[in-house]
Design a binder for this molecule. Structure first.
Ligand code: NAD
Length: 387
């Protein structure tokens, strides 16, 4: 690989996609159509033996798309993954090579340090700017959208009633009540899915702009006057003060008690998810009702939630699946692979037949977490230095 330190041009030819190491991960980082697009771009693509096995995609399908089948990332210039890799795998990547994937940089300082020490350039999917131009690359959105859908499907399967109103000779069934907390990408998709299934939906978000979006999907926005809640850079929510959180919980207790299904999706970027549904609020719900907590993997919005388990608390089913997009792994993999192809296409320099890291470009600069032996994101750098 040739590197021109002035303009950061990487004559990058070989890309490797290893199998995901995370237990129970059903998604894959590259699908055969994505391989086709990357080879058309000029990359030599190798995928690990059995990459698509969890989706029923055999090695022959990857071969037909133009990939070769290999075993290790040692020779690769770019390694594309979905989940953060184990540290020992990062250490086998060649210095100067590029790592692409979700790296959970705020929660895995050791990994960020290891990528810096290994001399890698890390393109971190979580850091892709939430802008119109970057929409095609926005893997947080593509996966959150499917998680929101899957959360409702899981809840519908676990609840003891139907979601739509049904009028039958034996009597009329009232529609299920669904309360969605957090109306970002996942929450809005959960609202839309629950509405399509005929439920009566109420939702709350701290960002005032979300109220109109909730209403446009046919749901009722819950209005709570919390004073200034603001919006952080990139449209993300600000963390609330302890007093605001207490006020929010009190105001939401009635909506939780009236709901058959509560779906929680609240996140504050780079921080532990806020605790929004207390044990007392759970106890106030009807036995048999269901809570699905999409934030279970980052601390949980619900007291007592256990990641990847279903617990019965006060007769309420608490479901903390941390890999909801994995429930619809085929579609999730297709969208993630498309996100990766769009990102690499954006960075591709046809003349140099390689990646160009133009640090004046907002997408490149924002996404490049580690480069030239430096951690480029201020928040992550302080976290790693302080760990
Ligand atoms: P996220 O996953 O960071 O958080 C989920 C939701 O939780 C957010 O809507 C947030 O406001 C909400 N939240 C945080 N604290 C809460 C609390 N105490 N109570 C209730 N809700 C709470 O958010 P996201 O889905 O990644 O979206 C983040 C922002 O980025 C949104 O403004 C979204 O519209 C925007 N966005 C823009 C684009 C684009 O322009 N291309 C793409 C995707 C998202």
């Amino acid at each position: 690989m040739e590197t021109d330190s002035q303009s950061h041009v990487y004559s990058t030819m070989r890309l490797f996609a290893p199998r995901e190491r995370y237990p129970q991960e059903t998604r894959v980082a590259l699908t055969p159509p994505a391989v086709e697009q990357l080879t058309r771009l000029g990359l030599g693509v190798t995928v690990e033996v059995g990459l698509g096995a969890s989706l029923g995609i055999d090695d022959a399908s990857y071969l037909r798309s133009g990939a070769t089948i290999g075993q290790s990332a040692d020779e690769a210039d770019i390694v594309v993954r979905l989940r953060p890799p184990p540290l020992d795998e990062i250490r086998t990547q060649r210095p100067g090579s590029v790592a692409v994937g979700f790296f959970e940089p705020f929660f895995q300082p050791e990994l960020v340090r290891a990528m810096t020490e290994a001399g890698l350039s890390a393109l971190c999917m979580e850091l892709i700017p939430r802008t119109t131009l970057a929409q095609k690359m926005d893997a947080l959105s593509s996966q959150a959208s499917l998680a929101g859908y899957a959360a409702v499907i899981v809840a519908a399967e676990r609840i003891d009633k139907v979601l739509p109103m049904m009028t039958t000779p034996a009597g009329t069934i009232t529609p299920a009540r669904v309360f969605v907390i957090g109306a970002g990408v996942a929450g809005l998709q959960a609202i839309a899915t629950a509405r399509r299934l005929g439920a009566r939906v109420e939702a709350f978000d701290t960002r005032p702009a979300a109220q109109e979006q909730i209403a446009s999907l046919g749901a009722k926005p819950l209005v709570i006057d919390l004073g200034a809640t603001g919006e952080a850079k990139g449209g993300y929510a600000q963390a609330l003060t302890p007093e605001q959180l207490m006020q929010q919980r009190q105001a939401m207790a009635k909506s939780c008690a009236a709901a058959d299904i509560v779906i929680t999706t609240a996140q504050v970027f780079g921080k532990r998810a806020p605790l929004l549904v207390t044990a007392a609020m759970v106890a106030g719900m009807r036995p048999g009702s269901v809570i699905v907590d999409l934030a279970a993997g980052s601390g949980g919005n619900v007291e007592g939630i256990v990641p990847d388990e279903e617990c019965l608390v006060s007769g309420v089913k608490l479901i903390g699946l941390s890999n909801l997009p994995g429930k619809v792994a085929r579609d999730a993999s297709q969208l993630y692979a498309n996100n990766v192809v769009s990102l690499l296409t954006h960075l591709w320099d046809p003349a140099a037949k390689g990646l160009r890291f133009d640090l004046n470009d907002e997408i490149t600069s924002g996404t490049l977490l580690v480069h030239g032996g430096q951690i480029r994101h201020d928040g992550v750098r302080s976290l790693v230095e302080g760990s």
